[in-house]
Design a protein around this ligand. Structure first.
Ligand SMILES: *Cc1c(COP(=O)(O)O)cnc(C)c1O
Length: 543
């Protein structure tokens, strides 16, 4: 039976399921896939968002509009024959659950349970609690987190899943589960703490949910014990979801070495280690490389360490796989835009959520210089969604498209709509260089760069998150800026200088050296697979 219950507000297991928004969800999906391949006795709990996050359209000026196509779960999910409820806002909210089975490479199955309040017997305003991911106001968010945390534990009970040894909270959205366990164990905190582990994912304070205690108590009828004594929480009269999860956990981790130390500064009352994220290589490695590796390293899917023998593969085969991945991406990009991107031009990629710390605009800081260095020599592909209520995020998208328009006829820049796992895979496999310019140390880990690496794509990135521990400057990619300070002007200047003096000349004039970069990138990727990550979770967190 299941020993680990993995809770996450979003899970990105396939682009078929709209139940994720970005890195956190995709990581959760990769965690589950790696657990399945390693036959880890894990089940997962999340919410069923029937209108997902949203589908993105971007007009010619860069304005984002959102639509919400409705998800039809049949036949990839089955409704489970259980119904249970929670007392919320003075009434009873009925909850049902769906099951999606992920089967690993050796046949081990992991069920994902998706909670759903769209039940006929509920009032219309309760039926939409789980409708959309990260939607609504604070009250709505508390209700969603209550369904996930309190409701998730009630679901496991309804399914007779009774022997969980580790309730794994993937970020604070799930932390209410600790209070439901506290009730189950009759107020004995040690019994709860014995069974809970926590992973924190963001160094950005605004990324941590906290709610006024009064508001929580008003919405969650009797679910929060009156005598709850959580030192810093009570002191601030706030329910800080990360602190709540950490307080009731026997062990906790950040998601890269650097982030571990940042998280310890953020939450000094708790012992926090780190387990660096990894990506599920069998999904993120593009098809031509999958076929090539299947041929040369038949065991690489379960043993990605086989890829350390990449030097046994001839140059021509590697170049052919790279060409094929690039052609596929450019074919797609050219079908969506009218910029006639060329297969012979060095292509940079930048795709991620439009959050301001990610500094998507850094490369446009000096357009004249960008043209001087890059005209006829580089082209850039962007993608990424802004949260529907995030006006600053939407401004970022407008600026990217605005700059692309200003650069018309010089350096080609395209924006591809509706970044999701499918697009993520073809972009992170198809470009020549993966660009990342966050404000250090605000990128907890970053995983898109790992996906690129496994496809033989060197990273050109600030030394933040995973890249801080992976970068060998000039060998598997390049380091932008310094570890001691972050400064837009200096970082942009350094970025231009690396492009001009290293990336562009190597790409066009030194194919041997470029091949070495490709091989070194793939070897680096071996350290950042979800398989390695799962071993770390088993040895450090689940033990
Ligand atoms: C991998 C991935 C992310 C996370 O990328 P970061 O580099 O961590 O920002 C976000 N969205 C999608 C669709 C992805 O595939």
């Amino acid at each position: 039976m299941y020993k680990i219950a993995y809770f996450s507000a979003e899970i990105g297991i396939s682009s078929k399921l709209p139940t994720y928004s970005g890195g956190l969800g995709v990581l959760a999906g990769d965690h589950i896939k790696a657990a399945a391949d390693a036959s880890v006795p894990l089940c997962a709990v999340t919410l069923l968002y029937k209108e997902g996050y949203f589908k993105q359209r971007i007009d010619e000026e860069g304005n984002q509009t959102e639509t919400y196509p409705r998800f039809d779960p049949d036949p990839i999910m089955q409704q489970l024959p259980v119904e249970f409820s929670l007392p919320l806002q003075g009434r009873v909210v009925n909850i049902r659950a769906w099951q999606y089975i992920h089967r690993g490479l050796t046949g081990h199955e992991i069920p994902i349970f998706l909670l759903d309040t769209d039940v006929e017997s509920n009032r219309p305003e309760d039926r939409i609690i789980t409708l959309r991911l990260y939607s609504g106001d604070k009250n709505h968010r508390i209700l969603q987190e209550a369904i996930l945390g309190f409701g998730g534990i009630r679901l496991l009970q309804a399914l007779n899943i009774n022997n969980i040894e580790s309730y794994h909270m993937n970020e604070g959205h799930c932390s209410f589960l600790t209070l439901e366990l506290l009730r189950k164990y009759k107020g004995n905190q040690d019994e709860v703490r014995k069974r809970c582990v926590f992973t924190t994912h963001t160094p950005v304070p605004a990324g941590h949910d906290h709610f006024a205690m009064e508001r929580c108590k008003n919405l969650l009828d009797g679910l929060i014990p009156d005598n709850l004594e959580l030192p810093s929480l009570v002191q601030n009269s706030r329910m800080h979801m990360t602190e709540l999860g950490l307080y009731f956990s026997r062990a906790a981790n950040g998601v890269s070495k650097l982030h571990g130390s940042v998280a310890r500064d953020q939450f000094p009352d708790f012992a926090i280690n780190h387990i660096t994220n990894g990506v599920y290589h069998n999904y993120w490695v593009g098809k031509p490389f999958r076929e090539l590796f299947d041929r040369v390293f038949p065991r690489w899917r379960l043993n990605p360490e086989e890829l350390l023998r990449i030097d046994e593969i001839p140059d021509e085969d590697i170049l052919e796989a790279r060409r094929s991945l690039k052609n596929f991406l450019l074919g797609y990009a050219n079908s969506q835009t009218q910029k006639a991107l060329s297969e012979n031009i060095l292509t940079l990629g930048f795709a991620r959520r439009a959050a301001s710390y990610k500094r998507a605009r850094l490369i446009f800081r000096d357009l004249d210089r960008l043209v001087e260095i890059g005209q006829g020599k580089i082209q850039i592909i962007f993608a990424g969604k802004a949260h529907p209520k995030d006006d600053l995020g939407k401004d970022i998208l407008k600026d990217i498209v605005g700059n692309a328009n200003r650069l018309f006829g010089t350096v080609k820049v395209v924006f591809l709509e509706n970044y999701n796992m499918w697009l993520g895979r073809i972009i992170t496999a198809g470009v020549d260089v993966w660009l990342n310019t966050p404000v250090r140390p605000h990128e907890a880990s970053g995983t898109s760069g790992m996906k690129a690496t496994l496809n033989g794509i060197p990273n050109l990135s600030v030394l933040d998150g995973w890249w801080d521990e992976a970068c060998q400057d000039g060998v598997n990619g390049w380091a932008i800026g310094s570890r001691s300070e972050t400064d837009d002007e200096k970082d942009a200047d350094h970025l231009y200088s690396i492009l001009e003096h290293q990336v562009i000349p190597t790409y066009y004039n030194d194919q041997d050296r470029w091949l070495k970069l490709i091989r070194a990138a793939i070897k680096t990727g071996v350290r950042f697979t979800a398989h390695r990550m799962m071993r770390d979770y088993e040895n450090q967190l689940y033990k």
